[in-house]
Design a protein around this ligand. Structure first.
Ligand SMILES: [Zn+2]
Length: 206
């Protein structure tokens, strides 16, 4: 059962991953756009905090020896897709640190696919976790950035849910084994319909 309050974790829903012409299109991820939009609107309407992550690369990032150049700083492909864009987001560059209270929408830029590669991510997550929320994770790609986020949250004993119809993998054959493994480790597997429901306990004191 989904236990509130909720914190949404929107992983790398950027144009280079989710648009067919993007630099590193994740197969069939166009199909999750409607669910991403529903989750985003629901969070906005119910005041659910969102932690959004975003690759923001420069040419010398080591990750670019593993993947083709993508989400390069300052390019259109680095931006979030319209479905998850938040004009009021507080955007933290990879080397910036959050001053003051947690905003409703926080964007954590990163030089590596693992959001926990930022030295401040663990402490930020701990601030949300004080309220014992369920971290509701969605985005791309299940087998890289989502995986790093889910496993990083599990390693910190956080309560985690993954929205299975709002994630997509670079290797689609790898996805079901990952989901099974996370479920075995206590992760709740949910669908967008179940999250975007008026009965879900969302309250989160900012
Ligand atoms: Zn990247």
């Amino acid at each position: 059962m989904l236990e509130g309050p909720l914190v949404f974790v929107d992983i790398d829903t950027q144009r280079d991953f989710l648009e067919e012409s993007g630099a590193l299109y994740v197969p069939s991820s166009l199909s999750i756009l409607p669910n991403l939009a529903r989750l985003t609107r629901f969070a906005e309407r119910r005041g659910i905090p969102v932690v959004a992550t975003a690759c923001c690369h420069s040419a010398d990032d080591p990750e670019l020896s593993q993947f083709p150049p993508h989400c390069m700083a300052g390019t259109a492909g680095q931006a979030r897709v319209a479905a998850t864009a938040c004009p009021d987001s507080v955007i933290l560059g990879a080397d910036a640190r959050l001053e003051g209270p947690l905003p409703r929408h926080l964007t954590l830029q990163k030089h590596s696919f693992d959001v926990f590669s930022r030295p401040d991510t663990g402490a930020l997550i701990a601030r949300y976790d004080e309220r014992k929320p369920t971290f509701v994770v969605y985005g791309v790609a299940t087998d890289y950035c989502v995986r790093a986020a889910v496993e990083g949250l599990l390693a910190r004993q956080c309560r985690v849910a993954v929205v299975v119809d709002a994630v997509r993998a670079i290797d689609p054959d790898a996805e079901s084994a990952l989901l099974e493994d996370w479920a075995r480790r206590g992760t709740l597997l949910v669908v967008t319909d179940a999250i975007c429901s008026e009965t879900v306990p969302v309250d989160f004191e900012h």
